[in-house]
Design a protein around this ligand. Structure first.
Ligand SMILES: [Zn+2]
Ligand SMILES: [Zn+2]
Length: 302
């Protein structure tokens, strides 16, 4: 299960009720921040999530409404000396801008040693035994814009009755079998993983895309996801403007979700031009399982 908390949901400038883009994806003991618009550190505090274990920051693209908060956030973390290690992942051009921002904050050539900057490429960004996080290129304005696919690894169900019947003792032997290794019992019998493992459980997938101009070529990444997060900066009545500035309308986002057969669509990057209600109405007419995220909303994706 992924726990998704929105810290900011406004497009390009904050409003009274919405901060600039940022969200937190929590999975087991991992916390991934996606984007860090201006004001994110205060939103983090207000959300009750705080700064602890915040060590992976993913940046969708280098527009200022998605990165300006990094200066304040990292400066605070460095000053409070609570920063053991922070990895920031961004496309090459976004990273270039972030480096220049940090030069202003920390002085040229003196980044905090705990800060590690990584250039994003299509493919695996992070992986452990439970989770795979991949980045994929998206079309917005400018080069090096990315979306992220969080995928829980599918696990086989351990069939306790079968293990008991075969006389596999509780303990390291069972852990080995779950890990896919054969085990030789004290009496010399060899037990194979498939003897005690059932079919794999379906794995949860969360696709997170920031600003987006066109939905083509994204199907392999988002198809069948349990949840899709994507922007809806405009309404269909302003489709020309959406196209001009490289954004989606609520209807386009909804058609995208429908084509991809996702379970749930969560819209963000809401313009001050409209109320969230108008965005929701337009999208739900096409894809009923749509929500419009508000700041501090929490979703369980499972
Ligand atoms: Zn934006
Ligand atoms: Zn943008």
């Amino acid at each position: 299960m992924f726990e998704l908390t929105f810290l900011g949901t406004s497009a390009s400038a904050p409003s009274v009720h919405r901060g600039l883009s940022s969200a937190l994806v929590q999975f087991r003991n991992h916390r991934f921040m996606v984007d860090c618009g201006e004001g994110t550190q205060r939103q983090l505090l207000r959300s009750g999530l705080g700064f602890r274990r915040l060590n992976k920051i993913l940046i969708t693209h280098g527009h200022l409404d998605h990165i300006l908060g990094l200066g304040g956030l990292i400066s605070t973390m460095a000053r409070w000396e609570m920063m053991e290690h922070v990895d920031i992942y961004a496309g090459a051009s976004a990273l270039n801008r972030i480096v220049r921002l940090f030069e202003v904050v920390f002085g040229g050539g003196t980044l905090p040693p705990a800060l590690v900057l990584h250039t994003l490429h299509e493919g695996v960004v992070f992986e452990d035994e439970h989770l795979q996080l991949q980045a994929f290129p998206v079309e917005h304005r400018g080069a090096d814009c990315f979306g992220f696919l969080f995928a829980e690894k599918s696990k086989h169900v351990f069939l306790v009755e079968k293990a008991e019947a075969l006389g596999v003792p509780a303990g390291p032997e069972r852990r080995q079998l779950v890990a896919g290794e054969a085990v030789t019992l004290a009496d010399g019998r060899v037990i194979m993983p498939e003897d005690v493992l059932g079919p794999p459980r379906p794995a949860t997938r969360l696709a997170f895309i920031g600003d987006l101009a066109r939905t083509r070529r994204l199907m392999p990444w988002v198809q069948g996801a349990n949840a899709l997060v994507v922007e809806a900066t405009y309404l269909e009545q302003d489709q020309e403007m959406a196209q001009q500035f490289g954004h989606l309308t609520a209807a386009e986002a909804a058609r995208f979700a429908q084509r991809a057969g996702v379970e749930q669509l969560i819209l963000t990057h809401i313009s001050r031009r409209y109320g969230g209600g108008d965005v929701l109405t337009e999208a739900q007419a096409i894809f009923p399982h749509t929500m419009v995220a508000n700041d501090f909303d929490r979703f369980e994706v499972k």
